[in-house]
Design a protein around this ligand. Structure first.
Ligand code: ADP
Length: 319
């Protein structure tokens, strides 16, 4: 392998730039030429591809977002569209690609590998919803952002006998909610794994108000579970608290990556280049028990979401 490409795809996450820098520098230092493919698979199809140098990836290790841009291109599922993309790569002599993104991006990477372009996937998402890896690039930074926001909400809700209902991201994965809920001392956490029993949550809030005499309550809830504004109204009507919903939204995706994410991205980028140089594709990089490992994308995509029972139990014991 002499020429490799790199792209970021799907939702962006802090640390993607550190991964781009790592792949580029490790690649160049190993004698490869490295190309940036802009706007994910869209740029691959359109041929928006440019060489990366040591300098072009300078000053980005600490920046959020992705300098390569990201995009969604549903048509990439179509083999004819992928053929166009492969044509663009072959024209430039690019034989292998590092794909940073979520499981959708991994599916694209697997299809390309099956068509003769070796691809390695890196887990770039704040949601931590890629089961095979303990952590995705961006999760820890997003967690810090969420914790900071909830700490601030706590100050104000304390003063107003308020129940703050905070909706956090995570796609279908409850990790951001669970981790931040524990770190912030939330009263209630709702994720896809806990399920949402509205009456039960209202009961618990009444309890917190009347029996525990709490001055405020924080409910952390994963996105895509319920309409939090509607739920806040029900809290105001049915409990002693005044309910207020806060949807943290896209601020969770931004910000300078924390050191953990920068390191994780750098280690994973290094591993991806090493595998491509050995002629290996169709794998994705994970961190498992503090070790950077690769597993087949096919296997990664079929792994069921891990239960977070131990952390959930801990949370219940802290309330
Ligand atoms: P994420 O990678 O964060 O999960 P998406 O699910 O939007 O984000 O996927 C990103 C991109 O990956 C899509 O816009 C599409 O171009 C490509 N992709 C998704 N699923 C497939 C698939 N089954 N086959 C080929 N490409 C896919």
């Amino acid at each position: 392998v002499r020429r490799i490409g790199i792209l970021t795809s799907g939702g962006d996450s802090p640390g993607m730039n550190a991964a781009i820098r790592a792949v580029t520098r490790v690649g160049l230092n190993s004698g490869l030429e490295v190309f940036g493919i802009y706007n994910g698979y869209k740029g691959m199809v359109e041929g928006y591809i440019e060489p990366l140098t040591r300098e072009t990836v300078g000053e980005i290790v600490n920046r959020g977002g992705t300098v390569l841009g990201s995009a969604r291109l549903p048509e990439f599922k179509d083999i004819e569209v992928r053929k166009k993309a492969i044509h663009q790569l072959k024209k430039r002599g690019i034989e292998a690609v590092v794909v940073i993104g979520g499981d959708g991006s991994y599916r694209g990477a697997l299809s390309l590998t099956e068509m003769g372009i070796n691809c390695i996937g890196l887990p770039g998402t704040i949601d931590n919803d890629i089961t095979c890896t303990d952590y995705t690039i961006g999760f820890q930074t997003a967690l810090e952002t969420v914790v900071e926001a909830i700490d601030k909400l706590r100050d104000t809700s304390n003063s107003h006998h308020r129940c703050s209902i905070v909706e956090v991201m995570g796609n279908r994965c409850g990790d951001l909610a669970l981790w931040s809920g524990i770190a912030c001392g939330a009263e209630i956490i709702v994720t896809s794994e806990t399920g949402f029993d509205e009456e039960d949550v209202l009961d618990r809030l009444r309890d917190l108000d009347l029996i525990r005499k709490k001055k405020h309550a924080i409910v952390v809830i994963s996105e895509k579970i319920t309409d939090v504004d509607q739920f806040a109204k029900k809290v105001s009507l049915n409990t002693g608290f005044s309910g207020r919903a806060t949807v943290l939204g896209h601020i969770q995706r931004g910000g300078s990556p924390c050191p953990f994410d920068r390191l994780l991205a750098s280690q994973m980028g290094e591993k991806a280049v090493d595998l491509l140089m050995q002629g290996i594709g169709g794998q994705c990089i994970c961190i498992r028990n503090n070790e950077i490992v690769a597993i087949p994308i096919e296997k990664a995509l079929s792994m069921p979401q891990e239960s977070r029972k131990p952390l959930m139990n801990l949370f219940e014991r802290l309330v």
